[in-house]
Design a protein around this ligand. Structure first.
Ligand SMILES: Cc1cc2nc3c(=O)[nH]c(=O)nc-3n(C[C@H](O)[C@H](O)[C@H](O)COP(=O)(O)OP(=O)(O)OC[C@H]3O[C@@H](n4cnc5c(N)ncnc54)[C@H](O)[C@@H]3O)c2cc1C
Length: 450
């Protein structure tokens, strides 16, 4: 029996829906071509360890590494293959996490002193991940490439200019504005009305970064066990018993690091996280001459819409990786799920209409009610770090490290986020189901305001 070859659609075909019957994409993260999650069957778990970490993404592995370096024994569990979650599916754009709120709004919500502390800690997170990658010698294309954010409307330009000024005054973050007349030095499009540049923002290959962390954890004698979902955490007189699908482990401490993949394991956390889908596509390689004109700034890019998109070049290949919201109308293993992303690409770079799209995939980001990540301990002593709201490459790494230090009783574990109340979502099941409705409404507003 001969299997039909996959016909990758062009961006134009994908955007318009004029597709050959055989049109298809590779429905898995482009990053997995270089670093696929390791598919090994679960083996027998140790019966005893100092710390069980639930979730093997950046948070879980970063926490594990800090604990192992401090002499603790650690077992990291994942429901799926290690790294199956957002950590190997993301855009690899690294910021300080300062862009969730306008600085003025953050000050209104939290007060000037707390806002300053949080913003400055965002910068520390970026420095921390850079330092970790360097000391652990993880080869993952980390680069301080800077971020360009394109203004979709003229008034957005003025608004981000004011925000960048506030960011500099409050937290000392350097940035500069690029007017529309000069934006072709950064990006070859006429769509944006100028934009802002945060030159210290960075990028990496998330698959290789995750793989590097995993190797360091295992080199330090940590156990990372895939296909071993934690199904119950029970307090005992000396700590906890964690029941998994592949056995039971007794431990002194537990860290939950499940972010957008948080299930019903601890209802306390389930009520505080809403998973939101994010999708991405990768193009095939683009001819050199065309590719070199697209993003001469060599940065990571995004826009100012409520339902925003983000994009960048692949490290060491002439492809574009483009992300945005998922389609709620089509399954993620169908070309239709990625149509809106192809339309977004062509709105910025119409010249790419004949370039083919090779990969399409999605993943879950963990949203909190106050759009701030949280770390701490539940009433019965389980530690947690999660809720990065879509900006988690540096934040998850940093929060994983900090929650491990807190567990160790190290005062270096203190963060500006420790004393924040972690609110639950009012009517959580409804909030979860309402995500597509809210997104659609935001999309309509983005379109109306063009
Ligand atoms: C498509 C996409 C694009 C993104 N782009 C960016 C970006 O460019 N820049 C940025 O900063 N951030 C980005 N993010 C967000 C970022 O990837 C995440 O914030 C970060 O990876 C979270 O890491 P984590 O370790 O906390 O969680 P994850 O990496 O999601 O890992 C959680 C793990 O927990 C496991 N798990 C859940 N329940 C259980 C259980 N009961 N037992 C065992 N295991 C369990 C899951 O299987 C999963 O592997 C993006 C996210 C997505 C989905």
């Amino acid at each position: 029996m001969s299997s039909k070859p996959i016909a990758h659609p062009t961006l134009d075909q994908l955007a318009t829906g004029r597709l050959a019957a055989s049109a298809s994409l590779t429905y898995r993260p482009y990053w997995w071509e270089a670093a696929a999650p390791r598919e090994t069957p679960p083996s027998a778990l140790p019966q005893q360890t100092d710390v069980v970490v639930v979730g093997s993404g950046f948070t879980g592995l970063s926490a594990a590494l800090t604990l192992l370096r401090a002499g603790r024994s650690v077992v990291v569990l994942d429901r799926d293959a290690p790294g199956f979650g957002a950590s190997t599916r993301n855009g690899g754009q690294i910021g300080s996490g300062n862009q969730k709120f306008r600085v003025k709004r953050l000050i209104e919500l939290r007060g000037r002193a707390k806002a300053e502390e949080m913003l400055r800690e965002g910068v520390a997170m970026l420095d921390y991940i850079e330092g970790l990658i360097s000391t652990e010698k993880i080869d993952c294309y980390f680069r301080r490439c800077g971020r360009f954010r394109g203004a979709i409307r003229p008034e957005h330009y003025d608004a981000i200019a004011r925000d960048m000024e506030d960011l500099r005054n409050v937290a000392g973050v350097e940035s500069f504005m690029v007017p529309r007349s000069e934006q072709h030095h950064e990006i070859n499009t006429d769509l944006f009305h100028g934009g802002s540049v945060l030159p210290a923002d960075a990028s990496l290959h998330p698959g290789l970064y995750h793989q590097g962390l995993l190797h360091r954890v295992e080199d330090a004698s940590g156990v990372v066990q895939g296909h071993s979902a934690a199904i119950a955490v029970d307090a005992t007189k000396d700590g906890f018993t964690v029941n998994t699908l592949s056995g039971q482990i007794n431990c002194r401490n537990v860290i939950i690091a499940t972010n957008g993949y948080t299930d019903g394991l601890l209802p306390h956390l389930t009520r505080r996280i809403v998973p939101v889908g994010s999708g991405q596509i990768a193009t095939e390689e683009i001819p050199e001459q065309l590719f070199s004109q697209l993003m001469p700034g060599g940065r990571v890019y995004g826009n100012t819409n409520r339902v925003f998109y983000y994009f960048r070049a692949a490290p060491a290949e002439r492809r574009i990786l483009w992300g945005g919201r998922v389609s709620h109308l089509a399954p993620s293993d169908s070309v239709a799920a990625y149509r809106h992303l192809a339309r977004d690409v062509l709105s910025v770079f119409p010249v790419l209409k004949d370039i083919r799209v090779s990969h399409g995939w999605d993943g879950l980001i963990g949203y909190t009610y106050d759009e701030v990540p949280h770390l701490g301990r539940t009433r019965n002593g389980v530690h947690y770090a999660l809720g990065y709201c879509g900006t988690g490459v540096s934040r998850a790494t940093y929060f994983g490290h900090k929650i491990a230090l807190q567990l160790l009783g190290d005062t270096e574990g203190r963060t500006a986020f420790d004393d924040l109340v972690f609110p639950s979502f009012p009517a959580h099941p409804i909030a979860k189901r309402a995500v597509p409705v809210v997104e659609t409404w935001y999309r309509v507003r983005d379109c109306l305001s063009k």
